[in-house]
Ligand binder design. Structure first.
Ligand code: PLP
Length: 392
């Protein structure tokens, strides 16, 4: 991903910064949309993965919808120019104010996460003379086979409506003319690499689709969420995930009734590989048992390793790749400067011998990176660099 010219251009810049390869992003979007189009599937982008201005613009221009999880994300999507007819709003704790933002902009759909929320949306819509289009986010009790902190579709998780609450939902829907029931929504977790999980999801969606159909609700939309995982171990081997294989599973296992639409909400799979966190080595600390590379980036820039023990590939950016490849290797713990022991990007990482001032890239950082940055330790605001700023 990093050629000599890019690395040379990095040389003069203040670190740390996120480097975004918008060319790769565009190629990823093209591939995803082409694969989805084969089956007439609709793709939304989950803004929470990365709402960097230029990334959002690229995605909006490509014609994707927007999947939002806060009122501010809805506003951001509207401001960026996303078609309101393609904006959906999920989230387990929407405030009245946030619901009103959605109503005011006549968004495509509220993905409703509880019986209680359904009642509130019905009431608020009625008071404001609006009709809220809603989908029920059902918790299908499917194990996403991913890290426990990013699993969302089990009974024990806070997300979605439980199966036994669906009848109550129908009562509320009948009660309010201000609610238009248009679909079912599911999202079972993130960084799902075992595609069998999506097969299981399809089976569950079919069951629920039948259940509603038998009760006279032929729903317009089946929204199966996102969660498609990416290759963190070897990003260069798989810079773009196998969208064709992913969509094919839904085409094969999801039973659409009549002209039901199938909607997806992808975050990570669209933006993670286009981003890297570029950082400089401040100190090489030699210990008795191990050596430490102390970087000028930390958990304040990329929190995933500290938050859920996430693995990111760590790369030495050298203008002499041959020397790097052939020279001796040293094992380092790669850590940040923040006053927390969890501020560690990787343990026992094999790298070429590294010196103070060298550049390090932490790969696959485009999703859930910049958006989770914090000012803890009164750190600087995050900086970023785009590929078209450094390559003519
Ligand atoms: C986070 C989220 C997504 C996107 O998840 P990815 O794993 O990034 O694809 C989709 N839908 C909902 C409701 C979400 O909360």
């Amino acid at each position: 991903m990093f050629n000599k010219a890019t690395i040379a251009a990095f040389g003069q810049r203040e670190t740390p910064f996120f480097y975004y390869d918008l060319t790769l992003l565009q190629a990823t979007l093209d591939r995803a949309l082409a694969a989805a189009e084969n089956y007439g599937f609709h793709v939304h982008y989950a803004l929470k993965a990365n709402f960097n201005e230029r990334i959002l613009q690229c995605i909006q221009k490509a014609g994707l919808g927007a999947d939002c999880v806060s009122g501010n994300e809805v506003l951001k999507a509207v401001q960026t120019g996303f078609d309101v007819k393609k904006i959906v709003f999920a989230g387990v704790g929407k405030s009245d104010k946030e619901i009103l933002i959605g109503l005011e902009h006549d968004i495509f759909c509220f993905n409703v996460e509880s019986v209680q929320e359904l009642e509130v949306i019905g009431k608020l819509a009625k008071e404001h003379g609006k009709v809220a289009k809603i989908a029920l986010r059902i918790n299908p009790n499917v194990d996403a086979q991913t890290h426990q902190y990013i699993t969302t579709g089990l009974d024990e998780n806070k997300f979605g409506i439980k199966t036994w609450e669906l009848a109550d939902c129908l009562e509320i829907i009948k009660k309010y003319d201000s609610l238009e029931f248009i679909g079912l929504h599911f999202h079972v977790g993130s960084q799902i690499v075992d595609l069998n999980v999506f097969k299981s999801l399809c089976v569950k969606v079919n069951e629920f689709n039948n259940w509603f159909d038998e009760r006279g609700y032929r729903l317009k939309v089946l929204n199966v969420g996102g969660g498609l995982g990416v290759n963190y171990v070897d990003p260069d081997k798989e810079p773009i995930v196998d969208f064709a294989g992913y969509f094919e599973i839904f085409n094969q296992f999801l039973e659409r009734k009549g002209n039901q639409e199938v909607h997806f909400e992808l975050g990570r799979a669209l933006v993670s590989q286009c981003g890297s966190l570029v950082s400089r080595v401040l100190y090489v600390k030699r210990g008795l048992k191990k050596h430490f590379l102390v970087l000028d980036a930390g958990m304040t820039e990329l929190m995933r390793p500290a938050l859920y023990q996430a693995y990111h590939k760590i790369e030495h950016l050298s203008t002499n790749a041959v020397k790097d490849a052939e020279g001796i290797k040293v094992t380092y713990d790669v850590v940040g400067p923040i006053c927390e022991s969890t501020d560690c990007f990787g343990k026992e990482v094999e790298l070429p011998e590294v010196n103070r001032g060298d550049l390090i890239a932490i790969r696959t950082a485009g999703a859930y990176g910049e958006v989770m940055a914090s000012r803890y330790n009164l750190r600087n605001e995050i900086r970023y660099v785009y590929d078209d700023e450094i390559t003519p």
